[in-house]
Design a protein around this ligand. Structure first.
Ligand code: CMP
Length: 140
């Protein structure tokens, strides 16, 4: 195990309901430290690029539409084993399958409006962090 960084996104369904602070408290309680954070309104092109691995999936256009429907908060989280820790803290993609007490079980509305995104591997974490943050923004 080692100290890792992972990318987190608080999605439009959560920012619309003013859940940013509550979700940040949940992350902190779970041992994930927010080391960088900014609030953005993504363009369609940015959302499509970020989620390009899903471009052939049937939900892709709905996903891009949704991710540009409101503000997002992009974050870099740091912890021991941060990638898998954050996946556990978020819960399953589909909130109906998410473990009780996880962020998605508590706050997600459905499989699209599922409140948070988290990198699924260390390699993708590096790619996703670089997508949103310059090295000089990561000061810890
Ligand atoms: P996220 O972890 O951000 O990664 C891809 C997103 O696509 C996922 O969360 C959901 O918001 C969205 N999505 C919508 N439908 C599906 C589906 N059937 N399977 C996986 N992801 C889906």
């Amino acid at each position: 195990m080692s100290i890792q960084r992972t990318l987190s996104i608080i999605k439009p369904d959560a920012t619309r309901r003013n859940l940013t602070r509550v979700i940040n408290e949940h992350l902190k309680r779970s041992g994930l430290k927010v080391v960088a954070q900014k609030r953005l309104l993504l363009t369609k092109a940015q959302a499509a690029k970020f989620y390009e691995v899903h471009a052939e999936r049937p939900f892709f256009s709905e996903l891009c539409e949704y991710m540009t429907s409101g503000q997002v908060v992009v974050q870099v989280l740091q912890a021991e084993d941060a990638v898998s820790l954050n996946r556990k803290v978020m819960g399953a993609t589909n909130p109906e399958e998410a473990e009780a007490g996880s962020i998605r079980a508590e706050y997600a509305l459905n499989i699209t409006e599922n409140s948070v995104h988290g990198s699924d591997s260390l390699e993708n974490a590096r790619i996703e962090i670089a997508f949103f943050f310059a090295e000089f923004e990561l000061v810890v």
